[in-house]
Design a protein around this ligand. Structure first.
Ligand code: PBG
Length: 319
């Protein structure tokens, strides 16, 4: 008989044998930014998460810095009246994300700023690219994504993070940044699945598609190797960091990506639905909130993620 229980006899011994450690520096904290002043609007589908105007976001970031989180990912939320077919508000020089990046960099120069690059938050139809004959057209979307990435980079973003799942988006952005002489890095949402777990986010960002779904561009979760092919393509096109999204139901893909692309920092996105599921379950008394998040975030790290985007990051760091 092999005895395992000696590894578990006390908290200290268990700590000694723990292979996986979560560090505060692993976390990237997502923020939803909206127009106005003094806005801190609770998001009903995501308990504990808010839409902030820039001034309030800076105030919230004080807390973030205190607990040691030094990476943020920004999403823009604009009202329907400001949206159009092309998502122009997302890539105009005065777009909300560029203004936010400048404000963050002025106040928190040490914080790494990642910006989401996608059209769905800014188009009147809520799809991630331009429409043509009622479907999302790949190639005509690329210059718009490149323009958005350029604007974010110009404002001082450290990483632009294309999430539209258009083929060639990383290459288009890389070329544009090179042309402009910008050395901004690219975090590619490489293996991004068409997932029901994004439900709460679409509420939060007002980015639900007005018709159809995202299955013609986001990945089919019934595939196995395609995710690795997507990552390989992004690496080829010039991605600096790569991502698997969602995280908790895709630990196998995280593990395989970490094995096959060991040289590339791997990011896992614990998405809105994963967050809300745990958060609401805990609120209802089904499980202990701290413990359930500790366990799920550890599993994501154990599977091979180097960084984790999580709405729980601030609470986790506080504990
Ligand atoms: C698209 C984008 C989405 C998320 C991140 N970027 C929504 C989507 O693809 O439908 C989802 C994140 C989450 O659910 O937390 N800009």
């Amino acid at each position: 008989m092999k005895r395992f229980r000696p590894y578990r006899i006390s908290q200290e011994i268990r700590d000694q044998y723990a292979d996986v450690q979560i560090e505060i520096s692993d976390f990237i904290y997502p923020y939803f930014v909206t127009e106005g002043e003094n806005v801190k609007q609770a998001i009903p589908s995501m308990s504990g998460i808010y839409r902030f105007s820039i001034d309030e976001l800076l105030r919230d970031m004080e807390e973030l810095t205190v607990v040691g989180i030094d990476k943020v990912l920004l999403f823009g939320v604009i009202d329907d009246a400001s949206k159009d077919e092309r998502g122009s508000a997302g890539f105009s020089p005065e777009n909300i994300i560029s203004r936010t990046v400048k404000a963050i960099k002025a106040r928190f120069p040490q914080t790494l700023v990642f910006t989401d690059v996608c059209l769905c938050e800014y188009t009147s139809h809520g799809h991630c690219g331009l429409l043509h004959n009622h479907d999302v057209d790949n190639d005509s979307t690329l210059p718009l994504l490149a323009e958005m990435a350029y604007q974010h980079a110009l404002a001082g973003a450290d990483f632009v993070a294309p999430s539209a799942m258009m083929d060639g988006q990383v290459e288009a952005i890389r070329q544009r940044l090179d042309q402009e002489g910008l050395s901004t890095k690219i975090l590619a949402y490489s293996a991004k699945y068409a997932s029901a777990f994004y439900g709460p986010f679409r509420d939060a960002a007002g980015s639900a598609p007005s018709f159809g779904d995202r299955k013609t561009y986001q990945m089919d979760f019934r595939t196995k190797n395609q995710g690795l092919e997507e990552i390989a393509a992004d690496v080829e096109e010039g991605a600096d960091w790569i991502m698997v999204k969602p995280a908790m139901s895709y630990l196998d893909m995280l593990y395989r990506a970490s094995q096959q692309f060991a040289d590339y920092p791997l990011v896992a996105y614990q998405v809105s639905g994963e967050y809300s599921m745990l958060k609401n379950g805990a609120a209802q008394g089904f499980f202990n909130e701290e413990r359930i998040f500790f366990e799920s975030l550890t599993a994501i790290k154990r599977a091979g993620a180097n960084y984790i985007i999580s709405y729980y990051a601030k609470d986790f760091a506080r504990l």
